[in-house]
Design a protein around this ligand. Structure first.
Ligand code: 13P
Length: 251
């Protein structure tokens, strides 16, 4: 079922003490029942975050994982390791992983397969660069990312998948895509899923927007028909701004 979701992606921010401080403050807040709230801290703080939020309605999510179950992969973390510290959802395909760590659609397809084999849920990120938009190639690019990275999954696996559209030019830049640009792309993503699978799956999948979402633009972005929430970077690092975004949905 399509859910309203606000997920905070902390990237490489917040050490253990900062993580604990954030959650102490977060636990004083009321999480609206109609919104699924998630936070993705760094690997080192997942277990602490999970324990600290045990009886609180916020899910702890990982920012990445390796595609293999185990082995000689220095510095990597497996699905089973994530599950062992209470994390059953993983962000895959973030543009920073694609760009800075050279993750390709083919590699991401493998990671998706491994996550699903381990019964994990996935937030699968896609998004175009500024040149792709300027050169009018952005729809093709998004279709390619979906086709090569995600469209190998079986119909039954879609209940484990959330799609996050994050145009690279809007990430951390303060330059948000306009509500019209967001709606246009989210509608295209849904149509592309419907074409490959069917209308029921396309209408059921939650599609999040990410890229400079702030308390002052969240209401308008979340108000678009095909937008089911946001993947939030900078504004998720402070409880106050994060909660304002969480509270930006109409009931
Ligand atoms: P900002 O909200 O800082 O632009 O980051 C978005 C993002 O990359 C979330 O994954």
């Amino acid at each position: 079922m399509r859910k309203k979701i606000v997920a905070g992606n902390w990237k490489m921010n917040n050490d253990l003490a900062e993580t604990e401080m954030f959650f102490t403050e977060l636990k004083k807040q009321v999480i609206p029942e109609h919104v699924v709230v998630m936070i993705a801290p760094s690997f080192t703080n997942l277990n602490q975050a999970f324990n600290s939020l045990k009886d609180f309605p916020v899910e702890i999510v990982a920012q990445n994982m390796h595609q293999c179950d185990k082995g000689a992969f220095t510095g990597e973390v497996s699905a089973k390791m994530l599950i062992s510290v209470g994390t059953t959802t993983v962000i895959l395909g973030h543009s920073e992983r694609r760009e800075l760590f050279h993750e390709t659609n083919a590699l991401l397809a493998e990671k998706v397969k491994t996550a699903l084999e381990n019964d994990m849920d996935i937030i699968f990120c896609i998004g175009e660069q500024e040149e792709d938009r300027k050169e009018d190639k952005y729809f093709d690019l998004i279709e390619k990312q979906l086709t090569e990275g995600l469209f190998h999954i079986l119909e039954g696996s879609w209940k484990h998948v959330v799609v996050a559209y994050e145009p690279v030019w809007a990430i951390g830049t303060g330059e948000t895509a306009s509500p019209e640009q967001v709606q246009e792309m989210h509608h295209f993503i849904r149509k592309t899923i419907a074409k490959k699978y069917n209308d029921a799956i396309a209408n059921d999948v939650s599609i999040l927007y990410g890229g400079s979402v702030k308390p002052d633009n969240a209401v308008e972005i979340f108000g678009q028909d095909d937008v089911d929430g946001g993947l939030i970077g900078g504004a998720s690092l402070k409880v106050e701004s994060f909660m304002k975004i969480v509270n930006s949905f109409e009931n």
